[in-house]
Design a protein around this ligand. Structure first.
Ligand SMILES: [Zn+2]
Length: 484
């Protein structure tokens, strides 16, 4: 019997705000424990939460970026449970009226574009962090109350690899949209995985197994690579799966049971009495809408379409957003944007890497790159000279056209001048010239090299080839030209 896998993901993302969700404490990773705390985020009795407006904006912006519908009235609820990292014994979240409903993420997968639908995105608060030492445990509340967005997908994912690519695409969108830095090392993105298997063709979903608290995308992939065959194996052997929550043990590379359905929490959700429902005004939403940016995948496709770039170049400009902007500033006026892309990716990017220079530190502007490309394309300078010009322009910032004029680097396309160099090269190397006449094709390259040397690299190489061939009788009718 064949099985198919059904996966849904709940992704938690810390929002990029200066302060926490309900108080003015800094939303900052890495400070000494319990230094960014106050009565509100410590959950002391009698305090009142005040919603962080930027977090509300970022939540709405995420909804727009992910093609969702912004709720006309979003409500906050209390999710009740006891845990040491949550001293007020409830978490403020959104239960039945989340900030954004629906939407989808499109991403590249298996050579095509795959769409995963979203159920909802809702705003909640992060909790503190437990630390376990040899003889005691501690809690750091710096993270408590950090705005956390939960993005819930529909069960549209079908494999470990697809889940992995979806997460990466989602992360790209969130970083690009300025929603979150998504720094995995700092725990800014975590996810819960819901996975079940069912015999192919069966409509009903299998028992839902949840793997909690994954903090890396590769971990999610590995957990699924373990969990999916495990479930199939149970069913193949005639066993039965029941709804449960499991934990991924990264070191042992296995999932293990944490609790079954009978032990599931009842969170006793109820409306948060200290917060009004949030009703975004038209103007407020319009302001948020102005922050919508082009999505990374759309950008890649546009670069391929508008500038005729190969997928690999467009991918580079998708991943390196500022370099892509730099390319675009140049390419808009270019006759051959691909040539500009080559210079930016192969030369500029490489040189910036070598010299640890950022785009902001460049001494020239994008117009200089365009000027250089045009100098090569018009035949005014050779590619070889262009490399030297680029190196010097990178160091000094001088405009390439001005440099070529000042240093007399223009390629010599004047036939009489090149003829003179060719005569000189042939006269100086009679043996090589004879070899060529006798049929040794490679001899011509040597002579070409001599002419380039005599012209200090400035002779137009294709003209040099033509003239040498003519002078050596390659194209004459006396039969001396033997290579056919
Ligand atoms: Zn606080």
């Amino acid at each position: 019997m064949d099985f198919e896998t059904v996966i849904g993901l709940e992704t938690h993302v810390q929002l990029k705000t200066k302060s926490k969700m309900w108080c003015g404490c800094a939303n900052e990773f890495g400070a000494p424990p319990n230094t960014h705390v106050c009565p509100v985020c410590l959950g002391l009795p009698g305090v009142l939460p005040v919603a962080n407006e930027e977090a509300l904006r970022l939540t709405a912006l995420t909804g727009l970026l992910l093609n969702g519908t912004i709720s006309p009235q979003a409500k906050f609820d209390r999710k009740n449970y006891f845990y040491p990292d949550m001293p007020k014994n409830y978490q403020i979240t959104q239960y039945d009226r989340p900030s954004s409903v629906g939407g989808y993420v499109d991403f590249e997968f298996a050579g095509g574009i795959t769409r995963v639908r979203l159920t909802r995105s809702h705003l909640e608060e992060d909790v503190g962090k437990n630390f376990h030492f040899e003889r005691h445990s501690g809690v750091d509340f710096n993270r408590a109350g950090v705005p956390l967005l939960e993005i819930v997908s529909e069960p549209d994912l079908k494999s470990a690899d697809m889940a992995y690519e979806y997460l990466n695409a989602l992360k790209e969108i969130l970083i690009h949209g300025g929603i979150s830095d998504c720094d995995m090392e700092k725990g800014m993105v975590r996810c819960d995985v819901n996975v079940s298997v069912r015999p192919k063709g069966v409509q009903e979903l299998g028992a839902k197994i949840e793997i909690k608290n994954m903090n890396s995308f590769s971990g999610v992939r590995r957990a699924l690579e373990y969990e999916i065959p495990r479930q199939i194996e149970v069913l193949r052997n005639g066993g039965k799966l029941t709804q449960e929550t499991r934990r991924w043990d990264d070191a042992a590379s296995v999932t293990e049971s944490m609790r079954t359905k009978e032990m599931a929490h009842d969170y006793r959700y109820f409306p948060e009495p200290d917060l009004m429902p949030f009703v975004p005004s038209k103007d407020w939403l319009e302001e948020v809408r102005r922050r919508v940016v082009e999505l990374p995948l759309a950008r890649k496709q546009r670069f391929m379409h508008d500038y005729q770039l190969p997928a690999s170049d467009a991918e580079t400009f998708k991943n390196e957003i500022r370099l892509g902007d730099y390319f675009e500033a140049t390419a808009k006026q270019a006759k051959h944007p691909k040539a500009v892309a080559n210079w930016i990716i192969n030369n500029l990017r490489a040189k910036m890497g070598e010299t640890l220079t950022s785009l902001d530190e460049l001494k020239f502007n994008p117009a200089s790159i365009l000027e250089l490309v045009e100098l090569v394309e018009s035949g005014k300078i050779s590619t070889k000279i262009a490399q030297d010009v680029f190196g010097e322009m990178f160091a000094s910032g001088e405009r390439p056209g001005a440099m070529v004029d000042r240093k007399g680097l223009a390629q010599v396309s004047d036939t009489s001048a090149i003829e003179k160099f060719c005569d000189e090269a042939i006269a100086g190397n009679p043996k090589v010239a004879d070899d060529y006449r006798a049929g040794k094709a490679a001899a011509l390259n040597f002579l070409k090299g001599q002419v380039m040397k005599l012209s200090k690299g400035k002779a137009n190489p294709s003209l040099v080839g033509e003239i040498l061939e003519r002078k050596l009788g390659r194209n004459s009718s006396n039969g001396k030209s033997v290579h056919r």
